[in-house]
Ligand binder design. Structure first.
Ligand SMILES: Nc1ncnc2c1ncn2[C@@H]1O[C@H](COP(=O)(O)OP(=O)(O)OP(=O)(O)O)[C@@H](O)[C@H]1O
Length: 319
């Protein structure tokens, strides 16, 4: 353990509500370890949704960026908010201790999913952190930039995220330790009511028309929805975003997509098209819901762009 010798200060942002309250106990354990190792740190507790973003921004503003390491303790939603709080401060180092239910960030960025191991992982890092790509997006062609770190989705998967986030089943599944199945339950429910739409996709100035689109996912890393390998070849250090278009699909085939996506084999189906690009615009005939890292942010049209090597992240992905 190198922790004792590290002089930099760590700022922990804790969402105690994550993982159905599990984050609270996890933080107690992490705190004990930090005290035992005599690590310098400060802790901040988020009090309401979107508070992690406010806290992250305040910390980044108040400390010299070079020595600040901001560590989020929560789930993928907490990460999304912290990253957005840091959008003007790309020199701040970002770390993560997973306590949520989905943990796609930990999967995709090769971070231990066990919280204590994730702490050890952060503390054992020297100064050289990999610089990771992030995605930026604007809704309705307006100027305000927001970020996503895992993926952004339009259509069916956004509807499923919305359903999963408000699902009462989530609490119950979390309680018995299978919270990642929340997404599955929401997906089955939405499959019955969803109506596809025609979509125009502009990728690096080339237009692509897709009829009857169920969803389009723009991925920075491979995983979403609690372990589904939606974009098997997405790597967050290649300066590219990976695009998955699912269209012209029968409900029966949706089931096949759904089963095969856990193994990353859905990309072999003719209804699934994969592309890559740096600058993407999604415009749909009917407005479609948009999610960023599983949080609903609005409706199409949406402009997306990769920001290559944007953030220092405690991750095992090396350049
Ligand atoms: N004190 C709080 N009370 C209620 N919600 C909070 C609080 N602090 C933060 N939040 C919100 O909780 C939401 C869910 O957090 P998060 O996604 O990290 O946990 P999760 O849903 O358990 O994990 P996952 O997304 O990995 O399944 C976020 O939108 C966050 O802003």
């Amino acid at each position: 353990m190198k922790g004792e010798t590290i002089l930099k200060k760590y700022y922990y942002i804790i969402n105690e509500a994550a993982g159905n309250g599990r984050a609270k106990q996890t933080w107690e354990k992490i705190k004990r370890l930090l005290d035992n190792y005599n690590i310098q740190y400060q802790s901040y507790f988020s009090k309401y949704p979107s508070h992690p973003e406010v806290i992250a921004k305040e910390i980044a503003q108040s400390v010299p960026g070079k020595i600040a390491a901001i560590i989020a303790v929560g789930g993928d939603g907490t990460i999304h908010e912290v990253i957005n709080g840091l959008k003007e401060y790309s020199n701040v180092k970002f770390g993560f201790i997973p306590t949520g239910s989905g943990n796609d960030f930990a999967r995709g960025f090769l971070i231990p999913r066990d919280p204590e191991k994730a702490l050890e992982f952060i503390l054992s890092f020297d100064e050289q952190l990999p610089r990771i790509d992030v995605g930026s997006y604007h809704l309705n062609h307006n100027q305000e930039k927001s970020l996503f770190i895992n993926n952004l989705g339009v259509g069916f998967d956004a509807e499923v995220s919305l359903e999963a986030n408000k699902s009462r089943i989530k609490k119950w599944l979390n309680r018995i330790g299978i919270g990642s199945l929340t997404y599955v339950a929401a997906l089955l429910e939405k499959a019955i009511t969803f109506r596809p739409s025609d979509v125009m996709l502009t990728i690096d100035d080339r237009e692509h028309h897709f009829p009857n689109v169920w969803f389009i996912t723009i991925s920075n890393q491979a995983y979403y929805g609690g372990g589904m390998k939606i974009s098997p070849s997405a790597i967050p250090i290649d300066g590219l975003l990976n695009i998955t278009v699912v269209h012209q699909l029968s409900k029966l085939k949706l089931l096949l997509v759904f089963i095969s996506v856990f193994f990353g084999k859905h990309t072999k189906l003719k209804e699934v098209r994969t592309l890559t690009g740096k600058k993407i615009t999604i415009t749909s005939k009917e407005p479609m819901k948009v999610h960023a890292d599983g949080e609903i942010v609005g409706e199409s049209p949406v402009d997306i762009e990769v920001l290559p090597s944007y953030m220092h992240i405690y991750s095992k992905i090396w350049q």
